[in-house]
Design a protein around this ligand. Structure first.
Ligand code: SOE
Length: 402
């Protein structure tokens, strides 16, 4: 279907946290941004009939199905939006691209480098037929992050010396928290590393324009056995005071690594789900020869900026409120000072995806960009497993520079 019919009919697979976040964005994007095509929330897919029917009604989808292959085989679907656990990203994306559907796939792109390579190759092939694909690293679309990248690109920080990135959560600190899919390698690929570490890897490469070229890492699984979820064991976490059946956690709870970036910067990364008290705390600091900039997701409308070129009597970190009309995306929302939230990053993501598809250009980050993140994840896992001091990241020729 050509996009000059002004409508992009979307089919979304999955309806949990990311399905809800993406649905909010699909509902909002054309009511906030003036775009060359309109998204139609045509079909939502989930395995459980009752739950997906409820999700269709609650999230605003025209219809629902329980088979993603049905969604892909329909000729009245133009876009496939993949919001499932990582173990199904490759299968669904490969089928969608082969069927000529544009694809938006949640991060991380895949559970393995091999899957990510296959997805990238399929995206490259489909591009020749005008089919577009993008990976959903939504934090790139927080206006303050986009501005952070602009400050670096404009040379306001000078030569980048340090990147310091943390992404900290604490939702599984309780050992009785059940063995959900994010804690199983065959479902999620990895733990904190791929789930939240992928975000700070992509974000720092996006902001600095540099790529991670090598890492030295440690990972840890603090709680190695957990109660099986009630839906799989049929039992609550404890039955008659007896502990329910348990299963083995097969992913990392935390990953910590140092890295070199190909522009010469030194970097430190920490991704943990055991940072008690930190709920969704992503923080990135960039230090350069002329200045520094800090982004904190808990204060996502702001940047801290240090300009070392100012007179020494006036130097200090200033707080930039990123709500002016000239700031990325902000002219579409409210007057200066009226702040936005986490969910707006998804609306901005859909804005850029729709505009790219409708105008026939490749949205970013591409699958090739996401493959590069996957290669870093793999290098971190190899370094941690081998206990070696350093692991090179294979350079990719296909990935566009971030
Ligand atoms: C992890 O709980 C998670 O939902 C990530 O999967 C998302 O990518 C992140 O935006 C919020 O936290």
């Amino acid at each position: 279907m050509s996009t000059n019919d002004k409508e992009l009919r979307v089919g979304m697979v999955g309806y949990a946290f990311m399905g809800a976040a993406h649905s909010q964005a699909w509902r909002t994007v054309n009511r906030v941004f003036d775009l060359p095509a309109r998204a139609r929330m045509a079909l939502i897919c989930g395995r459980d009939t009752a739950k997906v029917a409820d999700a269709a009604d609650r999230l605003g989808w025209d219809a629902y199905t329980t088979d993603w292959r049905d969604l892909i085989n329909r000729d009245d679907i133009d876009v496939v939006d993949i919001c499932t656990p990582g173990d199904s990203h490759a299968e669904i994306a490969l089928a969608a691209l082969a069927a000529g559907k544009h694809v938006l796939c949640e991060k991380p792109l895949a559970n393995t480098v091999e899957e990510a390579r296959a997805m990238t190759a399929a995206a490259d092939t489909a591009r020749a037929a005008g089919v577009r694909s993008m990976c959903g690293f939504n934090y790139r679309r927080v206006p303050a992050v986009t501005m952070m990248r602009q400050l670096v690109a404009d040379g306001r920080l000078g030569v980048i010396r340090h990147v310091r990135a943390t992404y900290l959560q604490d939702w599984i600190v309780d050992p009785q928290f059940p063995l959900v899919w994010r804690l199983q390698k065959d479902r999620a690929g990895s733990g904190a590393l791929g789930d939240i570490g992928a975000h700070i890897i992509d974000l720092t490469q996006y902001v600095t324009g540099q790529r991670i070229s090598g890492v030295s890492a440690v990972t840890e699984t603090f709680v190695k056995e957990r109660p099986l979820p009630a839906e799989s064991s049929g039992l609550a976490a404890t039955v008659d005071g007896q502990t329910a059946p348990t299963g083995t956690v097969t992913v990392d709870d935390a990953a910590v690594f140092v890295a070199r970036l190909d522009g010469g910067a030194l970097a430190t990364y920490e991704a943990s789900r055991f940072a008690t008290g930190r709920k969704n705390a992503l923080r990135v600091e960039i230090n350069g020869s002329l200045g520094s900039v800090v982004f904190d997701l808990e204060r996502l409308n702001e940047l801290e900026f240090y300009d070392a070129t100012r007179p020494t009597t006036e130097q200090g970190f200033s707080r930039i409120l990123v709500t002016e009309g000239e700031h990325p995306y902000m002219s579409a929302w409210w007057p200066p000072g009226h702040i936005i939230g986490y969910e707006h990053s998804f609306t901005h993501e859909m804005r850029d995806f729709i505009e790219a598809v409708a105008t026939g250009v490749d949205p970013t980050p591409s699958f090739a960009d996401a493959l590069q993140v996957q290669l870093v994840l793999d290098a971190v896992a190899r370094s941690a497993e081998l206990g070696s001091s350093w692991a090179e990241v294979e350079p990719t020729l296909t990935a566009a520079r971030v």
